[in-house]
Design a protein around this ligand. Structure first.
Ligand SMILES: [Zn+2]
Length: 385
């Protein structure tokens, strides 16, 4: 079916785009039938399940990939059961509003050898109906988020009567998340990591989408994202981390591992009681934050409105807005002192520069001051006026 699809797609592109469609009656505009599952590969909840349509004018058929929509909790359970214990690539198409119980262990079971990749598509919402994580990925497992809203647990939301005790999305050691679109939102956790928890040896790649409106309570850190351990990795090349709140440090992000920001925006997060409204770089791990691009704006922390650094911070290119920004919505703010844009602890490292030394090693151009109130804008290691 795949080969057929490619051949036909090629014919359609060449035929229609370049010379017009040839049919028994000459060039015409196709009149397509509705998409329907095509034999002998019926559509299923978890796999490619091609669909087919035919033109009533010329009889030409084309096929496309489509998993059947998952639009009830029962269908989610069925899909989960079909995948659990297997390796391979599966796509789930979330439509409508789908409730799911929390996962205290890997959602799709263990994958001791081979690999398992799950892609979530669709325009629906997958939400939590009980404590623990909405989705939890183990070693050799990858979750790709392309479309749906992933919503956590919070009192009063979706008729929930309690908050969560865990991050909405949880990456175990050796697990991977790739976020291309969609939303991770509205999870209130009593432990570290409101939206996303990245274990030591876990990886999160954010190319797009939004992590928003998540929070941690009490002494828990990382309202949007919490990374633990020196080999946890988070690479952000697009998307937005916004409107998250930490009871302790790191309203948007609390980093013990390596967080690399290539683009995107960390904005409007808060850590009203402690360190780092936008980003907290921890001294355990220790954490390293590399900023190669992107914007940190409109966050609020008790100390370090934009960024609080206890570990290492390398700034190559990017903007961290401060008190002198004309647009108040862009300013990071803090509750005392002069640390609206950035605060660096006494034993921490914070420098601007470039990775142009031998083997792309770090070359510092200057240390960043301990307390910075005004906007910091750097391009290729150089401060911009
Ligand atoms: Zn036709």
């Amino acid at each position: 079916m795949k080969t057929t699809f490619k051949v036909l797609a090629f014919a359609v592109i060449i035929g229609c785009t370049l010379v017009g469609c040839k049919s028994p009656s000459g060039t015409h505009t196709h009149t397509w039938s509705p998409w329907e599952p095509c034999a002998p590969t019926p559509a299923t909840l978890v796999s490619e399940g091609d669909q087919e349509r035919a033109c009533s004018g010329c009889g030409e058929t084309v096929t496309r990939f489509a998993a059947l929509p998952i639009d009830t909790g029962a269908k989610w359970i069925e899909a989960e059961g079909l995948i659990t214990g297997n390796t391979g690539n599966y796509t789930l198409n979330i439509e409508g509003s789908v409730g799911k119980a929390g996962s205290a262990t890997a959602t799709f079971g263990a994958t001791p050898s081979g690999s398992l990749t799950i892609t979530l598509k669709g325009s629906g919402k997958l939400y939590l109906t009980s404590q623990e994580s909405l989705l939890r990925m183990g070693a050799n497992q990858t979750l790709i988020i392309d479309g749906p809203v992933l919503e956590g647990l919070a009192t009063g939301q979706n008729n929930a009567t309690q908050n969560n005790n865990r991050a909405a999305l949880y990456i175990e050691t050796g697990g991977n998340f790739t976020m291309n679109g969609g939303t991770i939102s509205a999870n209130t956790s009593s432990s570290n990591g409101g939206g996303v928890y990245v274990s030591d040896g876990g990886k999160f790649t954010m190319n797009g989408g939004t992590i928003s409106g998540n929070s941690t309570s009490g002494t828990s850190s990382g309202g949007g994202v919490y990374m633990v351990g020196s080999t946890s990795e988070f690479t952000m090349s697009g998307g937005t981390i916004t409107g998250n709140t930490a009871g302790n440090s790191g309203g948007g992000v609390s980093a013990n591992g390596t967080f690399t920001m290539e683009g995107g925006t960390i904005s409007g997060n808060s850590a009203p009681s402690n360190f780092g409204g936008g980003v907290y770089v921890s001294n355990s791990g220790p954490g390293t934050f590399i900023m190669n691009g992107g914007i940190i704006s409109g966050n609020n922390g008790a100390t370090g409105g934009g960024v609080y650094i206890s570990g290492t911070f390398y700034l190559v290119t990017g903007t961290i807005y401060g008190s002198n920004e004309a647009d108040p919505a862009l300013r990071n703010t803090n509750n005392s002192g002069t640390t609206a844009a950035l605060y660096k602890g006494t034993t921490a490292t914070a420098q601007r520069g470039t990775f142009t030394g031998p083997g792309d090693s770090w070359e510092s151009k200057a240390n960043l001051e301990g307390s910075i109130s005004n906007t910091i804008k750097v391009v290729d290691g150089e401060l911009q006026s």
